[in-house]
Design a protein around this ligand. Structure first.
Ligand SMILES: [Zn+2]
Length: 306
């Protein structure tokens, strides 16, 4: 009995030691994330030329409603075929419904650089400015001077809906109070761990992504019921869970199906109520990852119906 108790106590002591070690490691890890987060600078220059969005939206469009749907990380046909040997129902649907395929505008494979580049022509030094951390600065770049001037000149009601300029996006963002990337980074690490060991947790992982999608759809429906001329930009995050999943390829196909569904339903929704609207479907970059040739990660999509 005495020996049993001694063994038990030693084991409990060891367990407490191990638990303490795990706790300390976690605290150190989180602190190092915070240091990285607050020390990263947001450096960019405005490019000399008008921003890439000026090639999509210009004076010729001034009498139409304009809908720009950003499907984050949606890859081109070529990339889908090459890495996943699959086809997108959305891209086929767009081709059959009067959309023209254009060359992707992506010059960066990071959302927080690619979107400011497309809308404001911001140019980043890849080495020093990895991501923006400052939501106020981001709000100056999105939708940016070009679309603001266009909307003012032609009396559009302008709406730009994206999590990267949304301060109320989630709890952590409120706590840290700055940009969005920290939360994405933080969640991606914990999710990666959780999803690997508990794949059934996927639905909760996707919750934020679905919330963004649902809010966007509600907001699009609102603009469709308005009499005012709309210039409406909506950013969807449908592809952001596959990457952290155990079965990357299977997950990717699931995400693609979902993105296809969302994309098709939005286009149908807009066409049903505003058949003359100009609709732009674009991505900020294609899928990324260690198994990807980096140049393929620039091959996102751009489909336009005038
Ligand atoms: Zn992105």
């Amino acid at each position: 009995m005495g020996i049993f108790l001694i063994v038990l106590f030693t084991n409990i002591k060891n367990l407490i030691k191990i638990g303490g070690l795990i706790l300390i490691t976690n605290i150190v890890f989180c602190c190092s994330l915070m240091v990285g987060y607050y020390s990263t600078s947001f450096l960019f220059k405005y490019g000399k030329n008008p921003p890439p969005i000026s090639t999509i939206v210009n004076d010729k469009d001034a009498n139409k409603d304009i809908y720009i749907i950003i499907l984050d990380a949606f890859s081109s046909k070529e990339v889908l075929k090459k890495y996943f040997n699959c086809e997108s129902r959305l891209l086929a649907y767009l081709g059959e419904n009067g959309f023209q395929e254009h060359r992707s505008l992506s010059k960066y494979i990071n959302t927080a650089q690619s979107l400011p580049n497309i809308f404001s022509g911001a140019v980043f030094d890849q080495k020093t400015a990895y991501k923006t951390k400052d939501i106020e600065q981001m709000q100056q770049l999105l939708p940016g001077r070009y679309l603001n001037n266009f909307a003012a000149k032609y009396e559009y009601q302008l709406k730009f809906s994206s999590f990267i300029i949304d301060k109320e996006n989630n709890q952590l963002k409120k706590i840290f109070g700055r940009g969005s990337d920290f939360t994405i980074y933080f969640f991606s690490l914990t999710d990666r761990f959780m999803l690997y060991f508990f794949p059934s947790g996927k639905s909760s992982n996707n919750k934020g992504i679905h919330e963004i999608a649902n809010q966007n759809i509600i907001s699009i429906k609102k603009t469709l019921n308005q009499k005012a001329k709309n210039l409406s930009v909506h950013h969807f995050l449908t592809f952001h869970s596959a990457y952290f999943d155990k079965g990357f390829k299977e997950s990717f196909i699931e995400n693609l199906n979902e993105a296809d569904e969302i994309g098709i339903s939005i286009v149908q929704l807009i066409l049903a109520q505003k058949p003359k609207a100009k609709i732009v479907i674009l991505s900020d970059h294609a899928e990324r990852g260690p198994e990807f040739d980096k140049k393929d990660s620039y091959k996102g999509i751009l489909y336009i119906k005038n």
